[in-house]
Write a protein that binds this ligand. Structure first.
Ligand SMILES: Nc1ncnc2c1ncn2[C@@H]1O[C@H](COP(=O)(O)OP(=O)(O)OP(=O)(O)O)[C@@H](O)[C@H]1O
Ligand SMILES: [Mg+2]
Length: 246
């Protein structure tokens, strides 16, 4: 299993009391599996991604990522695990304003100690994978919201992660652009064997995910998978029409 969270409880101090953001959460995501987490605002979705991203340490429970047990790692080892094995896409693409799309990706290689020149073919291949080959020279303000989000996704893939964590990738986009981003994530998940967790408010975007979980007050429960939520092929097989009684 590429990502396994077991019995995770995460608390935050809240005045005299503690707030339980995650309450005994279990989640397992295999390579090539696209998992969605839905739930109301404040229910704990971003907290779940923060634990999976090794950015916060839970009060109890274990997190295993790409064969590493996170609780056993030092902060430095955790940073390395994040850099080399985890792709993180935040809701707001925080792309440095002065860098071109290509350079946004090359910076990631540089941070991992690789020469940008050697990394350029991979960066161009990833920009092509997100259909941005002709936008490589543009800076963030010259790109649309959907294009920026695609740069963000390509950047997260630059160091070849096994785990991809994506927080509300479509919230700033209209429905059609949002659906394209989710379709892109589904394709990359399968083609590259990623274990992907995507947080979304938008139930209409769940057409191409393998599994859906609902978060409520810090508790995560699997949703029943309906035919509509079964993985579709890249040929975009339409869901079966509901049978109507005459
Ligand atoms: N750093 C923090 N310190 C204290 N409380 C926090 C912190 N981060 C989140 N919380 C609280 O933890 C709970 C879960 O927050 P979280 O951000 O995980 O929710 P969410 O489901 O992602 O919400 P949204 O859909 O609005 O993004 C909320 O009650 C929030 O106020
Ligand atoms: Mg959130």
């Amino acid at each position: 299993m590429t990502l396994r969270l077991t019995d995770i409880t995460l608390t935050y101090p809240d005045g005299e009391q503690t707030l339980t953001a995650l309450d005994r959460v279990d989640l397992a995501v295999d390579a090539g599996e696209f998992t969605a987490v839905t739930g109301p605002s404040g229910s704990g979705k971003s907290s779940l991604l923060a634990v999976a991203a090794t950015l916060v340490t839970p009060a109890s429970g274990t997190a295993e990522i790409a064969g590493h047990e996170v609780t056993r790692l030092s902060p430095r080892e955790r940073a390395r695990l994040r850099r080399d094995h985890i792709g993180i896409v935040f809701q707001q693409p925080n792309l440095p304003a002065s860098l071109t799309a290509l350079d946004q990706l090359l910076v990631m290689a540089h941070l991992a100690g690789r020469s940008p020149r050697a990394a350029e073919p991979r960066a161009r291949e990833l920009l092509a994978a997100v259909d941005l080959s002709d936008q490589a020279h543009k800076r963030p303000h010259q790109l649309s919201g959907g294009q920026r989000q695609r740069v963000n996704i390509a950047r997260a893939l630059m160091n070849g992660p096994e785990v991809m964590l994506v927080d509300e990738p479509t919230s700033a986009l209209d429905h059609e652009r949002g659906a394209r981003i989710v379709g892109l994530l589904a394709r990359l998940t399968r083609e590259r064997g990623l274990a992907t967790v995507m947080v979304t408010h938008d139930l209409a975007q769940l057409g191409s995910v393998d599994r859906v979980y609902a978060m409520s007050d810090g508790r995560l429960t699997p949703e029943e998978v309906t035919p509509r939520w079964r993985p579709t092929t890249s040929a975009a097989v339409p869901p079966p029409a509901p049978s109507r009684s005459r």
